[in-house]
Design a protein around this ligand. Sequence first.
Ligand SMILES: [Zn+2]
Length: 97
Amino acid sequence: MKDLKELKAKMLDAHPDKGGSHEAFISARAAYVKEKAHIQMLRERGLIGDLPDDPRPCYYCGNKFLLSNLTYLGDGRFYACKSCLNKPRTKDPHRRN
Ligand SMILES: [Zn+2]
């Protein structure tokens, strides 16, 4: 995934007021808008948090962890922390009762 902040900075730098050309600004703006829409789509599907490392609750214990400390369980929105992954589970998001 591209860095949205970087794309935004490029867009601002390419602005005619900052010495850029109209064409450069339009193309930088298109790249920014496209990436922003892409991130929005991932966010709506629950594939990423609101921030790159947004704390999310563990599905099992409910404690909040940074995404880098959670394991994605593959069902669009379920995450498990490391200690819960190693414990016998009391509930399984894939089990349909
Ligand atoms: Zn947990």
